[in-house]
Design a protein around this ligand. Structure first.
Ligand SMILES: C[S@@+](CC[C@H](N)C(=O)[O-])C[C@H]1O[C@@H](n2cnc3c(N)ncnc32)[C@H](O)[C@@H]1O
Length: 203
């Protein structure tokens, strides 16, 4: 698949990407709030987000959860710049690094995190089993993994890179993948008609 064929959801780019990113942020506000609520009982001091888009959830993590170390990767250069600008205001209270990257590598290999979040980016992971296994090692023993899935119904787009998301039964497949990677589910519930929330801990 060439860059120009990638959907804006998978790789926001250009002027259209800016418009798309703003719409996506408005559409996903309920998911960001759900993720904050899922973490607020034991607020994480460190958090890593995979596929952060405009950085709105990272902003809420810094302001509402008072996270002290934030890391994030996203393959779209457009949104990396947007998120970096947005998060600059927290520079005095939070150590922040956002960079271009994707789910397939550990960009801060010596660091572990109290929380890892992926909000509507799981569908774009090409090898979810390997990524989940690696995230298991990046999470602190008491840490939480927050995965918010986009509901594609029974007929997901055939071009989605993630075989679980393409399967037509993403929630069931993701539960199995989490168990295989030695995660135990602690929250498993619909957020709204478009989203399903999963929170897991290392077993
Ligand atoms: C639908 S947007 C969601 C963005 C943000 N999390 C939100 O909810 O507003 C998906 C994001 O995942 C990013 N993405 C695409 N492929 C990815 C991958 N393999 N690993 C990590 N992020 C990816 C895209 O660049 C995009 O910013």
């Amino acid at each position: 698949m060439t860059e120009t064929n990638l959907s804006q959801a998978m790789r926001p780019h250009g002027l259209l990407g800016r418009i798309f990113a703003a719409l996506m942020e408005r559409m996903n506000e309920g998911s960001y709030r759900w993720a904050v609520d899922a973490l607020k009982d034991t607020p994480p001091k460190s958090l890593y987000e995979i596929g952060f888009g405009t950085g709105r959830f990272l902003e809420l993590a810094a302001s509402k959860l008072k996270v002290r170390r934030l890391r994030g990767v996203d393959p779209a250069e457009l949104v990396v710049g947007m998120a970096a600008n947005r998060l600059r205001k927290f520079a005095k209270t939070c150590e922040i690094e956002v960079r271009t990257g994707d789910d397939t590598a550990a960009y801060w290999p010596t660091e572990t995190f109290d929380a890892v979040a992926a909000i509507h980016s799981f569908q774009f992971w090409s090898d979810p089993a390997n990524t989940l296994a690696r995230l298991r090692t990046q999470l602190a023993p008491h840490g939480k993994l927050v995965l918010i899935l986009r509901n594609h119904g029974r007929n997901p787009p055939a071009w989605l890179p993630n075989p679980i998301s393409r399967s037509g039964n993403e929630v069931v497949g993701t539960r199995a993948a989490l168990a295989a990677a030695q995660f135990a589910l602690v929250i498993d519930q619909p957020i709204d008609t478009a989203s399903h929330g999963l929170v897991a801990r290392p077993e």
